[in-house]
Design a protein around this ligand. Structure first.
Ligand SMILES: NC(=O)c1ccc[n+]([C@@H]2O[C@H](COP(=O)([O-])OP(=O)(O)OC[C@H]3O[C@@H](n4cnc5c(N)ncnc54)[C@H](O)[C@@H]3O)[C@@H](O)[C@H]2O)c1
Length: 490
């Protein structure tokens, strides 16, 4: 790997605490690598215990006064932040493309733009948060207060860095919490920009802090007694560890974890739409999306046509420099992730799946691999059971609705599921039968901020986005009001 000077990407310091950039070079080095070239574009340091302590202290301090503002006042800050994020969308997208390798054709529309949506939506919601009034016997009554949890910790994955940071920060802050966010060590840059934007928008110092680091920094945040809630986006193995660690302090959790989601394509479906959904749901972000529909079950009568059409359409992928407008498939985030994907492709072939297209590493400095299509995949093959997190589509054949549903659900994951059919009642029947948190009918992988997003089974607990997220960043206090003299037995 070559070291080059990229002042545009090197932040003023590694961490953002109490309204300012902070450095502690004693922390382990984190090289930020541009996946297109393998170059180091910035070098940061993992948080030391002193940095973690400073961030949590700042958050704890800032939270009290923030919670005392009216919801409308808090919302105003978030809505200003949304505007700033939109104004800076291009620059933020350039950072995101360099951090993740995802093409500009994606980052311009799906990353900071989605983060801005979350800030705007929860900014609007903040002023509407209320408790309720509950009449009870004898003229007494109860009212509830919706209160913040306190200090929330957010921990991010590397595929959607600023989106993940915003999806966690926006509802947390709207409800009156403070946050310490740890981005993935692979993609540490853009969360710092969110921290800058929030300060510029008028958030008090210390309300949203960013600390960098590997897993152990995340682990130290999760068990700190000052922390009331942990929201993780990551893999199931990490989720297990974080959930268990949070349980020790009975902390609230949101777990947005991995998946192996099914898409069922019935023979009456609009086939071109289903092909588009399968392409988006497997190759967008070079396949690095948690809710990807990586098991595409296609009914007998349209199976061959579907496979042929996907292969044909894959010819149109523009693979290469993610900064070029026309590029639709960028590199993988890292060489390691690419090796993992390569390993799965080898297993797929060894276990008897039919490699229809792709499958090869693209030689060069960047971490490129061809979008890959496997057909004749069966349920017990490794590529049909494990999350690959790369551009590998598995197509499986099915015959009846009942069989399709049973096989779609035969997984420990439960993040997303999709059905393509023109039969209205079947579409709803299948959606109802899916064991997944987020289901789609004749669409796939759309995540508007107004809709709840999250998983069932091993894919997670809690929901992000929508009004549902409020439940996961606030708690209800019950206040019983006695209107009568209190009596006792003696
Ligand atoms: N459901 C969703 O919304 C969603 C979205 C994006 C990605 N994902 C999932 O994320 C995974 C890919 O991301 P990844 O490779 O960055 O995941 P990962 O689990 O390796 O890491 C996620 C984060 O957890 C941190 N971490 C690791 N060990 C920790 C520990 N013991 N305590 C606290 N924090 C710890 C990491 O540093 C990183 O910031 C995939 O499984 C994908 O499906 C889920």
């Amino acid at each position: 790997m070559t070291q080059s000077s990229h002042p545009a990407f090197q932040p003023a310091a590694s961490h953002f605490i109490n309204g300012a950039y902070v450095e502690d070079t004693a922390g382990e080095k984190i090289d930020v690598i541009y996946p297109h070239t393998g170059e180091v574009i910035a070098t940061l340091h993992a948080a030391t215990p002193a940095i973690v302590d400073a961030a949590l202290a700042a958050a704890k301090d800032a939270q009290v006064a923030w919670a005392q503002l009216s919801g409308t006042e808090r919302g105003r800050v978030l809505r200003r932040a949304a505007d700033l994020m939109r104004e800076r969308n291009h620059d933020l997208s350039v950072i995101e493309t360099h951090d993740t390798g995802k093409p500009m054709s994606e980052t311009l529309v799906a990353d900071a733009a989605s983060g801005a949506d979350a800030l705007e939506y929860f900014g609007g919601l903040a002023g509407t948060l209320t408790g309720e009034h509950i009449p009870v016997a004898g003229g007494d009554f109860v009212y509830t207060r919706r209160e913040p949890l306190g200090v929330c910790v957010g921990i991010g994955a590397w595929n959607y860095p600023i989106q993940i940071a915003s999806w966690k920060a926006a509802p947390a802050l709207a409800c009156g919490n403070a946050m310490v966010f740890k981005p993935s060590e692979m993609t540490p840059l853009s969360a710092l920009k969110l921290a800058e934007i929030l300060i510029e928008a008028g958030a008090p110092k210390g309300l949203f802090n960013v600390v960098q680091g590997y897993g152990q920094v995340g682990a130290s945040l999760v068990t700190d007694p000052r922390v009331d809630k942990v929201s993780l986006t990551g893999s199931v193995p990490t989720g297990r560890k974080v959930y268990a660690a949070a349980a020790e302090g009975i902390r609230h959790v949101t777990m947005e974890l991995g998946g192996k989601s099914p898409i069922l394509v019935f023979d009456d479906a609009d086939l071109e739409s289903a092909v588009s959904a399968a392409i988006n749901g497997n190759f967008y972000s070079t396949g690095q999306i948690c809710s990807n529909g990586t098991r595409v079950f296609v009914q007998d009568a349209v199976y061959d046509r579907f496979v042929a059409r996907v292969a044909e359409r894959m010819e149109n992928a523009v693979i290469g420099d993610p900064m070029k407008d026309a590029t639709t498939v960028g590199p993988m985030v890292s060489d390691r992730q690419r090796q993992i994907v390569q390993g799965y492709i080898t297993k797929g072939t060894e276990e008897g799946a039919r490699l229809v297209k792709g499958g090869k590493v693209i030689e060069g400095a960047g971490f490129y691999i061809e979008p890959t299509l496997f057909a004749d995949v069966t349920d017990e093959m490794t590529i049909a059971r494990e999350e690959i997190f790369g551009p590998v589509m598995s197509v499986l054949r099915f015959t009846t609705e009942e069989e399709g549903i049973a096989r779609a659900n035969a997984t420990d994951f439960g993040l997303a599921a999709g059905v393509f059919t023109s039969d209205l009642t079947r579409a709803h029947r299948v959606a109802a039968a899916f064991e997944a948190g987020t289901c789609y009918i004749n669409a796939y992988n759309l995540t508007p901020v107004e809709a709840p997003f999250g998983g069932s089974k091993l894919s997670g607990v809690g929901r992000e986005n929508s009004k549902a997220a409020i439940e996961h960043y606030s708690q209800i206090k019950t206040v019983y009001v006695g209107m009568n003299p209190t009596e006792a037995a003696f």
